[in-house]
Design a binder for this molecule. Structure first.
Ligand code: ADP
Ligand code: MG
Length: 297
């Protein structure tokens, strides 16, 4: 496993920023860590990069324990902190060289990361002269310098304009072909654009952990149906592939199926066969966006 988190809790004073969190990330996965502001994303990332210690629990990055093997953890991870702090007075190449010296990274590797992150035309400029998109690339180049196996990126695309956003997303997707990427965001479209998997965190607790292809395949779907009079839930449970029936209000029912077929036609046939009248029949939106809203509201 690239990342293993086991029952981590972090308290700031009396506040629990993380409450007994566990998950793991496999090599070469791109995992989105999605949650509203204040959910605990940055706290988790600072723990995994050894910047702060958890109050309880343990974690490993690339097989190294964050408490006893900090050095090994740091050489396994590339970290782009939130707000990407950079020295605006330094030139891009000079800044990277400065950090490269800390890690004993070769001159050749500096040129490699400049090329990889598309910084070649800007590398002679001062960081302060760059657009936000290019500054994010400098942050990514910096995180990649020591060629770590795992990248931890805290809101890497926040504050970028739509064009920069697409460029930086593409760059992260490219990097993610070879490395494990754990990135945080509060935007669900971001996860849909870049990630294999999403872990949703809310108020310090994990509320969902799903692979996007499973979400997309819609292995589970919910149909909303309104009849013109009351129908027993038990009766609706006779529908094929039905998992759950809920009477939401009046004569409206939410029926959840485990199937990839469009189950509305089965509901229609069922109603017809049983002489029930349908007033409305819709598929409920089970996109990532609605999942996120449901889980974090
Ligand atoms: P996110 O990155 O998801 O927005 P954070 O991890 O930054 O969330 O914060 C989680 C919670 O912990 C927030 O309520 C925040 O105010 C609190 N918090 C974060 N850092 C500190 C700190 N150093 N001292 C006290 N509270 C903090
Ligand atoms: Mg944060």
């Amino acid at each position: 496993m690239s990342i293993e988190v086991n029952a981590i809790t972090k308290t700031y004073g009396t506040q629990k920023a993380l409450n007994n969190i566990s998950f793991s990330v496999k090599p070469a996965e791109i995992v989105g860590f999605l949650g509203p502001n204040g959910a605990g994303k940055s706290t988790m990332m600072k723990i995994l990069t050894t910047y702060i210690n958890p109050t309880e629990g343990e974690a490993k990055v690339n097989g190294h324990k964050i408490d006893t093997n900090k050095k090994e953890v740091q050489s396994s991870v590339g970290y782009l902190p939130e707000h990407n702090p950079l020295y605006s007075e330094l030139y891009v190449r000079e800044y990277l060289k400065f950090n490269a010296d800390v890690y004993n990274v070769s001159k050749q590797r500096i040129e490699e990361v400049i090329e990889l992150t598309g910084l070649t035309p800007e590398a002679h400029k001062k960081i302060g002269q760059l657009s936000k998109g290019y500054r994010q690339r400098v942050g990514l180049a910096n995180a990649l310098l020591h060629n770590p196996d795992v990248l931890i990126l805290d809101e890497p695309t926040t504050g970028l304009d739509p064009n920069q956003l697409v460029d930086v997303r593409n760059l992260i997707t490219t990097i993610g072909q070879e490395k494990t990427v754990f990135l945080s965001t509060h935007i669900m479209q971001e996860v849909e654009a870049m990630c294999d998997r999403v872990i949703i965190i809310n108020k310090g607790e994990i509320v969902a952990d799903k692979y996007l292809n499973e979400l997309r395949k819609g292995q589970e779907q919910t149909v909303i149906v309104e009849f013109d009079y009351r129908v027993e839930e038990a009766f609706l449970l006779k529908l094929p592939k039905v998992k759950l029936v809920k009477n939401t209000h009046g004569f409206i029912y939410e029926i959840t199926f485990s199937s990839t077929d469009d189950m509305r036609s089965y509901v229609f046939d069922f109603a017809h066969d049983n002489e029930l009248k349908i007033l409305q029949l819709n598929q409920k939106n089970t996109s990532l966006e609605s999942l996120f809203r449901e889980l974090t509201n």
